[in-house]
Design a binder for this molecule. Sequence first.
Ligand SMILES: O=P(O)(O)OC[C@H]1O[C@H](OP(=O)(O)OP(=O)(O)O)[C@H](O)[C@@H]1O
Ligand SMILES: Nc1ncnc2[nH]cnc12
Length: 261
Amino acid sequence: MRVVCCSNSGVSATLPSFPCPRFPPLIAISSIRFLNSTPLRSTASPRQVTRMASKNAQQDTRLARIASAIRVIPDFPKPGILFQDITTLLLDTKAFKDTVDLFVERYRDQNINVVAGVEARGFIFGPPIALAIGAKFVPMRKPNKLPGEVISEEYSLEYGTDKMEMHVGAVQPGERALIIDDLIATGGTLGAAIKLLERVGVHVVECACVIELPELKDLNNYIPMTITWCIEKLTDSINMKGNGRDRLGDKSLFVLIKGGA
Ligand SMILES: O=P(O)(O)OC[C@H]1O[C@H](OP(=O)(O)OP(=O)(O)O)[C@H](O)[C@@H]1O
Ligand SMILES: Nc1ncnc2[nH]cnc12
């Protein structure tokens, strides 16, 4: 999987993971990571360089606002989970608009016909993006929710399995799709959405999420390995190469914010 973090600017924000009191206030950003920075081309004129620099600064501000509008609630829905709560992002009209705008800016010239949103939180971000880029919105639902004929795909959760469904006829072979969800953890959910669309001949251009969580199994893997290997893995993570690279196979993933484990 290729992971792209707000690659237009080369910037993504990082959410802190820290012990919080229950229902903490809106979090502050601990750091902003500069990733995949697009080098300024030597052929750019001074005016172009200034314009690019000011665009990057504008995107930094937007990502900082988005990151600080996401609330982290420890031990929800069960002990040990740091829940990334995007409902507080929806309360901040500017941060919500910035979130939608960043996706729209990336996808509006990509000839995308379908925005597929994953239930439930992909239904929040998907429709405004679909409307803005002139694509139809297709809901990817939990089982037994869609009334018409469906195709379905089973996928693994940490414990057990789940199923995702899509209406037959909602998409056509050859269409170009963007898959939207709020968050990627194991990648099982997005993987199922990719399979469903590809089974009916749709080209999945990219998956996009607001937040990416690091894969816990990656972190566990650090423990028994050699110090050199650990340093390499950590360097990869810092450069956004290691984390979650295999979660979606070779499919590209675009994320705005890196959440803590
Ligand atoms: O990458 P994964 O490990 O598959 O996890 C990510 C999924 O988990 C959450 O949804 P959840 O299943 O909690 O459903 P909900 O949005 O209906 O609450 C989240 O909104 C993603 O859809
Ligand atoms: N930590 C988390 N916060 C919010 N949604 C999630 N889905 C899976 N893990 C999650």
